[in-house]
Ligand binder design. Structure first.
Ligand SMILES: Cc1ncc(COP(=O)(O)O)c(C=O)c1O
Length: 368
């Protein structure tokens, strides 16, 4: 059978997933995983216990995500919205996929706006669902973001999607810029995957109460140390939440994920201790990287730091390869739209002692 003749032709433009680095890390646990912005801290003990305690109920379907009243209520309280504003997903990426499907009315005509640079996983999924993509360049600065986004808006634009804090830069667009974008009346999707590591007051989640065109994406994969459990949520107008729930599979969120999410919400003080450790180490890492000749770390509000090495005499690829030899997997941004070729790489903030070792290796390398 010639499968090329029968599959969705949009798949021809989408490359195979390249997640071999994750496999490499599972196969060699001595490698420090600083490439995917996971947490290197284990989930807090109460969360581990909640997962163990639910194990003997795994023969039952979990409460369906449309209801899951207890978890959704806790998330609503955490984000200062109402329970009916919350939808649950198998990671926030599943909810983005659902949004891309639910909002698609005219394939190859409906347009999405992305900023550059931003999270690389957005593009292939948008393409797969038939979205045309327009890019807003942010080179004029984050305080000009709304202007740049508005310049990219056309009559076919349905939504603007951006991560805030931005992945991969760790920077945060001012709230006023988001407010200006919301005033256009287009849907604005703000992906707050890294919000737990951002300064207090950064989130725009509460604005869901006053703007029906605001959608906020959240995840347990980063600050809550639960990337492998797959739990994300979305905050939006209840009518849109209902359409999202109609479009998804039943039982999309598994029993262990729900138990883990509730345990996080019930033990927020312990979770906040981890957020603080990540922030403290990030600040230490940024200061130390700045001392390496020619390195320019970008101040970050997430659990990673992007470094510009253009002036160091080394390329990003050389730094990334050297760190891998030393047992650290970091992420190269040698070829990223919006960034000069081979000048940037990104380090996920790991344990303090690992970051001390990583910085020592980088110092040796650059001084060599
Ligand atoms: C901006 C952003 N959104 C979403 C995700 C993925 O979140 P999840 O694990 O909840 O699917 C990531 C992961 O790197 C991310 O950087």
């Amino acid at each position: 059978m010639n499968f090329k003749e029968i599959v969705n032709p949009r798949l021809f433009d989408i490359p195979d997933y390249d997640q071999i680095h994750v496999t490499q890390c599972w196969q060699d646990p001595s490698i420090r995983r600083e490439m995917s912005n996971e947490s290197n801290y284990a989930p807090i003990p109460a969360v581990q216990e909640a997962i163990r305690n639910i194990a003997d109920k795994a023969n039952y379907y979990a409460e369906d995500a449309t209801y899951a009243v207890s978890l959704r209520k806790k998330l609503a309280d955490y984000c200062s919205v109402k329970t009916e504003n919350v939808a649950l997903g198998n990671g926030s990426i599943e909810l983005l996929d659902l949004l891309f499907q639910v909002l698609m009315a005219a394939p190859d005509k409906d347009e999405a706006i992305l900023v550059q640079p931003d999270y690389s996983a957005y593009v292939p999924r948008l393409k797969y669902f038939g979205w045309k993509i327009n890019y807003a360049q942010l080179s004029a600065g984050l305080d000009k973001a709304a202007e740049q986004v508005m310049a990219a808006i056309s009559e076919n634009t349905k939504f603007v999607l951006l991560s805030r804090p931005n992945n991969p830069m760790g920077t945060v667009m001012p709230r006023e810029e988001i407010a200006r974008m919301l005033e256009t009346g287009k849907l604005i999707i703000v992906d707050e995957a890294y919000i737990e590591m951002a300064d207090a007051g950064t989130s725009v989640s509460e604005w869901v109460n006053k703007y029906d065109n605001l959608i906020v994406m959240r995840t347990f994969s980063k600050g809550f140390c639960l990337a492998g459990i797959r739990l994300g949520y979305m905050l939006a107008n209840p009518e849109l939440i209902r359409f999202i729930n109609r479009s998804r599979h039943i039982f999309n969120v598994n029993l262990a994920a729900m138990a883990a999410g509730e345990a996080c919400m019930d033990n927020l003080n312990d979770c906040r201790k981890i957020f603080k450790k990540l922030v403290d180490t990030r600040e230490w890492l940024t200061a130390e990287l700045a001392k390496i000749p020619g390195f320019r770390p970008i101040p970050s509000q997430a659990n990673f730091v992007m470094v510009d090495v253009k002036e160091s005499g080394k390329t990003a690829t050389q730094c990334v390869d050297y760190l891998l030899e030393m047992g650290f997997f970091v992420r190269s941004f040698a070829k990223k739209a919006g960034l000069e070729p081979d000048t940037h790489f990104r380090i996920s903030v790991g344990l303090q002692e690992d970051m001390e070792e990583l910085v020592a290796h980088l110092k040796d390398f650059v001084e060599k």
